[in-house]
Write a new protein. Structure first.
Length: 258
């Protein structure tokens, strides 16, 4: 009953919450439904990795702010400790970017992922979903004739769409909901594991053992961002860290193999 009282029972969101509670749906089925709602439309509409960030960014805002009428700060969009958050976010982003990129390079994944990107696809019956490299936002930006402009735009894209977009969903939305059912530290790692598992598509182009190592690196990064979110009580440190790490890995490791 205590958990139910924490949910704002208002409007469409309140009705949906009451239906889920009354039917006995636990936290994991609801997370699974959320993941399907985010990933599948993005893949079908954009047929690209970067397109999913738009949905990842929008779903929590539509659900919590638009439908449930909650404040933006319920997703971690608050300005407490902002200077410290930005500083730690930048430092951790550079560290994770270089460490993560180096780890992927040691595993031999940077060149493999770049050369095998066009093979990155999976099928549902007669429907085939592919991720052609030439259509990816990052590749097109970093392939512009004006390299400086392309790099700057890609950096902004990584911070806003990748960093802020994913962290609002994973830390501000998913981790926060899981923490209502588990201790904070356990919620951090449950979220990090789920965050890594959704990258399962990587197994279509790399061996099983290497793929598991790849997912472990992602889970570790997710754990760091989860602790940043918990420590600062806002999304900014994790978002900046995530965005910078993504920028470094994609530009200086994956796309640098071209």
């Amino acid at each position: 009953m205590g958990k139910t009282n924490k949910l704002r029972q208002c409007g469409i969101g309140g009705k949906v919450s009451r239906v889920l509670m009354n039917r006995g749906y636990g936290i994991f089925p609801r997370i699974l439904i959320s993941l399907v709602a985010v990933i599948l439309p993005a893949v079908l509409l954009f047929k690209g990795i970067y397109g999913s960030f738009i949905f990842t960014f929008s779903i929590p805002l539509i659900w919590k702010v638009g439908i449930r009428g909650e404040r933006f700060d319920s997703l971690g969009l608050r300005l407490n400790s902002i200077k410290h958050s930005i500083t730690i976010g930048m430092i951790s982003g550079f560290v994770l970017g270089i460490a993560g990129g180096s780890g992927l390079e040691i595993l031999g994944l940077t060149g493999l992922l770049f050369t095998s990107a066009d093979k990155l696809q999976f099928s549902f019956s007669s429907l085939t979903i592919a991720f052609p490299l030439q259509q990816e936002v990052g590749y097109r930006l970093l392939s512009m004739s004006n390299a400086l402009v392309g790099t700057c735009v890609f950096f902004v894209f990584c911070i806003i769409a990748v960093g802020l977009g994913e962290e609002i969903f994973w830390r501000g939305f998913i981790q926060k909901r899981i923490s209502g059912f588990f201790p904070a530290n356990i919620a951090i790692w449950i979220t990090a594991i789920i965050f890594s598992v959704i990258h399962f598509y990587i197994f279509t182009i790399i061996p099983l053992k290497t793929g598991i190592a790849f997912l472990m690196l992602i889970a570790l990064a997710g754990g760091v961002w989860g602790y940043l979110f918990k420590h600062f009580g806002n999304i900014w440190s994790a978002a900046i860290s995530h965005g910078i790490a993504a920028f470094i890995i994609w530009k200086y490791y994956f796309f640098a193999t071209n």
